[in-house]
Write a new protein. Sequence first.
Length: 78
Amino acid sequence: MRSLGLAGQTIMLAAKSMGLDSCPMDGFDYEAVGKIIHLPEDHLIGYMIAVGKGTKDAWPRPGQLSASEVILENGFGG
Ligand SMILES: Cc1cc2nc3c(=O)[nH]c(=O)nc-3n(C[C@H](O)[C@H](O)[C@H](O)COP(=O)(O)O)c2cc1C
């Protein structure tokens, strides 16, 4: 589970490089989906990623921080 985010982001970046879009989701019934996909007893679902051809552009996402606000080099000191 520790590496789920890395794996998901890699899948989403790979999808983009193949001309596809994607959307991660975890707001679903894990047990019901597990039954549908015949999830083995010793497996867990972390989240799902829908991958496919986008039908329209993503809408603008205001309020995101700039890279310089979230990337630190050599610690917090000024
Ligand atoms: C691991 C993960 C799980 C997510 N699960 C949901 C979800 O269950 N429902 C949801 O609306 N958005 C979920 N999101 C966020 C969506 O992927 C998406 O960014 C969000 O719905 C905003 O979409 P929008 O950009 O079209 O507004 C999840 C994101 C991540 C990274």
